[in-house]
Design a protein around this ligand. Structure first.
Ligand SMILES: NC(=O)c1ccc[n+]([C@@H]2O[C@H](COP(=O)([O-])OP(=O)(O)OC[C@H]3O[C@@H](n4cnc5c(N)ncnc54)[C@H](O)[C@@H]3O)[C@@H](O)[C@H]2O)c1
Length: 317
């Protein structure tokens, strides 16, 4: 198989690429490196089956040229900062929605019929049903969630028009090696500047679920190998949830910081568009035989250890 991976130099995309190269596929990464890191993929540079194209998904002609002869597209590139859309109303429209439509149109023009897409728990917004099942309606509270929901609808329609196989993954927050954004990252950046004090955007009570990256990649390929719908929509998450304050406690403990003073700067949400309780049902995924192997606390500890060893990343974003 020749697999095309947009965003293959990013946190999640680079782990997908490792898996694909490991199973013997030809892989083309298409990435503009706006947040991607060469260090995440450079161990493949000498591999004959690996191709890297540095360009933008919004550059349709370059995208279509690069995608030619691919069998399967992983569309993982995106603007992954949920917060940004409140102050920049165009960024999710362009980087998450229009970018996805470019990918779909290029696939159609090249007659490629398989797509996997990185969607998000943010499509459910402030869901009132927990754990939230896949059947819950789209109620996004951020333009990020809205753009991902619109992208899902476009994927659904292209797949329906042209008889494609589509895999739509609604992720909770991923943690683990190569993690470069999110609250653990923010906490470590702040603690690097001042290890005695930690300012939090919320009151510490928002409850979130997280998924360790290797369990996440395993879930993706379990779904692709075992799910047999034409359009396969799955939550990827964890049975556990934890509060933002508890995440901060684990980060401080793993860093060996004993007396950090917390200042809570907000209410039960960290920012406009944030969701105070994110817990997705993973019953559908578990029916395929998948289980997470790493609990959330251990995942947070591994993330902290990774960022300690790769502290240059704390300055990269
Ligand atoms: N990390 C999470 O917890 C999480 C949760 C839910 C959904 N997602 C989604 O998963 C995907 C990957 O997230 P991530 O955490 O790996 O983020 P990331 O920022 O590490 O990776 C995104 C990659 O896409 C590339 N990219 C971005 N815009 C591009 C463009 N216009 N053209 C070409 N390349 C472009 C970046 O350079 C980067 O390599 C995103 O679509 C994100 O919305 C992530």
């Amino acid at each position: 198989m020749k697999i095309f991976v947009t965003g293959g130099a990013g946190f999640i995309g680079s782990h997908i690429v490792d898996y694909l190269i490991g199973r013997g596929d030809d892989v083309v990464i298409y990435d503009n490196f706006c947040t991607g890191q060469e260090i995440f993929i450079k161990h493949h540079f000498d591999n004959q089956r690996f191709t890297l194209i540095k360009d933008d998904v919004l550059n349709f002609n370059a995208l279509k040229k690069a995608m030619k002869d691919s069998d399967f597209v992983f569309h993982i590139a995106g603007h992954a900062d949920v917060r940004g859309g409140y102050t920049d109303h165009d960024i999710d429209l362009k980087q998450n929605f229009m970018a996805t439509q470019n990918v779909l149109e290029a696939m159609h023009q090249l007659n490629i019929k398989n797509i996997a897409f990185s969607s998000t728990s943010s499509v459910y917004g402030d869901a009132i049903l927990h754990p939230t099942p896949e059947s819950y309606p789209f109620e996004p509270t951020s333009l990020y969630g809205a753009a991902k929901a619109n992208s899902e609808n476009y994927i659904y329609t292209y797949a329906h028009y042209y008889d494609w196989n589509a895999y739509i993954f609604r992720f909770v927050s991923w943690i683990g090696e190569r993690y470069t954004h999110g609250c653990i990252f923010d906490f470590m950046k702040k603690l690097k500047a001042d290890s005695s004090h930690l300012y939090m955007l919320s009151d510490g009570t928002p409850k979130k679920s997280s998924l360790y990256v290797k369990d996440g990649v395993n879930a993706i390929f379990t779904i692709i190998e075992k799910s047999s719908e034409k359009i396969n929509i799955y939550n990827l998450g964890h049975e556990e949830v934890t509060t933002i304050k508890n995440i901060a406690d684990i980060v401080c403990d793993e860093l060996g910081l004993k007396k950090v003073q917390y200042t809570f700067e907000g209410g039960d949400k960290g920012w406009m568009g944030d969701n105070k309780f994110v817990h997705l049902s993973i019953d559908k995924l578990k029916q395929l035989g998948w289980e997470p192997t790493v609990n959330i606390e251990e995942g947070i500890r591994r993330t902290v250890r990774y960022l300690k060893e790769s502290s240059f990343l704390l300055n990269a974003r």
